[in-house]
Design a protein around this ligand. Structure first.
Ligand SMILES: *Cc1c(COP(=O)(O)O)cnc(C)c1O
Length: 374
């Protein structure tokens, strides 16, 4: 290995540190020689996709020799109906991550700036860094905040917007904190975003959120022409492995993204599966109901174990262990439970725990109890 190629890379790429994904089950099996592993590390839906999706995927297998519809006609039509927007407002992505990267690549470059919050979803920083643009990272709300510890401070973010700002990222709710911003605060923020700034509201966990005052920003596209809302099939729809998400925006903005978008960035299987998932309301509702019950139960259990639990509206919780979290993470691994350390976010004492099935959560709670006693 040599750094010769790193020296050749463009400046933005030289400064990149690769995204740290949750530890795959297969890796833990190989390294520790254990089976029966519970992965609560990547905010996936423990129920996975429903029968309708599996059946739809089976129907397209004979067609895999063909390229997918580059414009995703059918899926866009269904999404347009769902959101009450024309299909021209929709940008399909290879996961919503793809849409976030398209936004950064389209609107950022050296000399320009992006604004986001400390502890915001790590992909914003990576996408910005790759373009060579400047990061303007706003301080988060304090850990002692009564409702939204470590949450986005929209006033602090607004204060960082300047003439060179082109993109501002808001995760609602945010990962890894599970915090959220309400409709009144978000509207006030968007009212102040100048026309030269693209406001990206990332609603990856939208379907899970069940609190009064939580906004559906997709309904605001008329009012805020520079607004982009991103959604995904990776979380509540249970399709993380397929990679499909989308952006909703003004058609002109979608047209910009479409110049850069790879023509076949969403696969045939992903388009068909997403369409089926969108129509299977009962399966979605089952997953959301399970999460609601288990989020409350796991949160309470973690509090009872003495961990500091940040109230979450997603399908995961961030807990403050009050000590270095890395050894706890390792001890949980040895018990076959994978959670997510978040030292890369500047939170070395915290762990992010995804909400699983009842039995997976039982395993987690038991293992946590054991490792905290040691
Ligand atoms: C998981 C996640 C995403 C996107 O995931 P994709 O699988 O690329 O759609 C986007 N934003 C946040 C905040 C997330 O947690």
């Amino acid at each position: 290995m040599t750094d010769k190629f790193l020296d050749l890379a463009v400046a933005g790429i030289q400064g990149l540190h690769p995204y740290q994904p949750g530890k795959p089950v297969s890796e833990l099996e190989r390294e520790y020689g254990i089976s029966d592993i519970v992965k609560l590390a990547s905010n996936e839906n423990p129920l996975g996709p429903g029968e309708a999706v599996n059946a739809a995927i089976a129907t397209v297998l004979p067609a895999l020799a063909r390229y997918p519809d580059a414009n995703g006609f059918e899926l866009k039509a269904a999404l347009a109906g769902r959101h009450g927007l024309p299909p021209e407002c929709i940008t399909l992505g290879n996961g919503s991550n793809d849409v976030l990267v398209l936004l950064a690549e389209s609107f950022l470059a050296p000399g320009l700036e992006a604004v986001y919050s400390r502890y915001a979803f790590a992909v914003y920083g990576l996408a910005v860094q790759a373009t060579g643009a400047e990061h303007r990272v706003a301080d988060a709300l304090p850990a002692s905040h009564p409702d939204q510890p470590l949450g986005h401070d929209l006033d602090a973010m607004a204060a960082l917007i300047g003439p060179r700002t082109r993109v501002v990222f808001i995760a609602n709710p945010n990962n890894p904190t599970g915090t959220w911003v309400d409709a009144v605060a978000l509207e006030r923020f968007l009212d102040g975003v100048p026309a030269h700034v693209i406001a990206v509201v990332d609603e990856a966990y939208f379907e899970y959120v069940d609190v009064p005052g939580y906004p559906d920003a997709s309904q605001w596209l008329q009012r805020y022409p520079n607004l982009v809302v991103t959604r995904t099939f990776s979380k509540a729809y249970g399709l993380a492995g397929l990679r499909i998400g989308y952006g909703l925006s003004d058609p002109g903005l979608a047209g910009v993204l479409n110049r850069l978008r790879q023509p076949f960035n969403s696969s045939l299987v992903a388009q068909v599966a997403a369409l089926a998932a969108l129509g299977d309301h009962a399966h979605l509702a089952r997953g959301v109901a399970l999460n609601r019950r288990e989020l409350a139960r796991v949160s309470a259990a973690c509090s009872a174990l003495g961990l500091g639990v940040i109230p979450s509206v997603g399908n995961f919780i961030l807990v403050d262990t009050g000590t270095q979290a890395a050894p706890l993470f390792e001890a949980l691994l040895r018990r076959g439970v994978i959670v997510r350390p978040v030292g890369n976010y500047g939170l070395p004492q915290h762990l992010r725990i995804s909400i699983g099935t009842e039995s997976e959560n039982d395993r987690l709670i038991k293992a946590l109890g054991e490792v905290l006693q040691q």
